[in-house]
Design a protein around this ligand. Sequence first.
Ligand SMILES: C/C=C/C(=O)SCCNC(=O)CCNC(=O)[C@H](O)C(C)(C)COP(=O)(O)OP(=O)(O)OC[C@H]1O[C@@H](n2cnc3c(N)ncnc32)[C@H](O)[C@@H]1OP(=O)(O)O
Length: 275
Amino acid sequence: MSEEKLHPKQVEPSRHGEDADPASLFEQYGRVSFSLDEKEIATIFMHDMEGQNVFSHAFVEDFLSVLDAVEEIDPRVVILRGLTSTFSGGADKESLMELASGKIVVRDLVISERLINCRFPVISAMEGHAMGGGFVIALCSDIIIASREARYGTVFMNMGFTPGMGTTTLLQGAVGSYIANEMMFTGRRYKGRELAEKSTNINYILPKKEVLAKAADLALQIAEKNPKSVQLLKYSLAAPKKKLLTDARLQEDMMHALSFGYPETKKIIDDLYAG
Ligand SMILES: C/C=C/C(=O)SCCNC(=O)CCNC(=O)[C@H](O)C(C)(C)COP(=O)(O)OP(=O)(O)OC[C@H]1O[C@@H](n2cnc3c(N)ncnc32)[C@H](O)[C@@H]1OP(=O)(O)O
């Protein structure tokens, strides 16, 4: 991976032509960066050590800027990774408190929509913990690799409000409807190895040290296929997820309007947020 600083605009928009430049690329936008290797595999790296990749306003800006840049480059496949300790902690406390205070309206589907709508397949390589919206990022990708040692939870209800970002319609596909219900109602943080015992649809739940290598192996297999057909297949496979997200928007927005508005919610978030 070259550390050379190039603005994405300096890169040809599509690298799929016969004369595509195979040069590798690295670009950093604050808390999130991406690299592109000679096989046209992009890796998006969420590395906000201080915030544990929570969705602060700044983090979301950085993440969306990286997605813009990666979309412009049009890689064959993307690996999405976080810190070894934490993939993503989901929404930050400040945003949740603002929502509960009625200062901002819920706009939590942006990241989910962008990931589902992108042209390339996305492999989420979750070495570390993923909570709430942080876990939903993986649900919006095409292939999920989790780690046996990390914890995964849809922890929304622990803080008095209902699940968001598409959780209510996307989680079933990954873990099955009854386990999804249990995860959402209880808000428990499950060890990856517990989920492995439950026979979910998560592609791989591996020892942490094997997660990135598995993602690289799968990405290479995808990158070897005709990129035009890969994009065609991605478009087709994403269609049902787009519909699920539309359904989620209807029900989750309504539930958020109510549950963030309950007078007790703000205090529960303040007391129990685990940042
Ligand atoms: C609209 C969108 C809404 C949302 O996204 S809602 C989600 C909002 N976000 C949050 O609530 C933040 C969630 N953050 C966390 O839970 C924690 O920041 C992390 C798990 C991400 C990291 O925790 P840390 O303590 O820094 O990591 P460790 O040292 O590896 O964990 C030690 C042990 O502590 C457990 N743990 C951490 N927090 C809690 C908690 N609040 N309640 C119960 N257990 C917790 C872990 O799972 C683990 O356990 P073990 O050692 O057995 O593996």
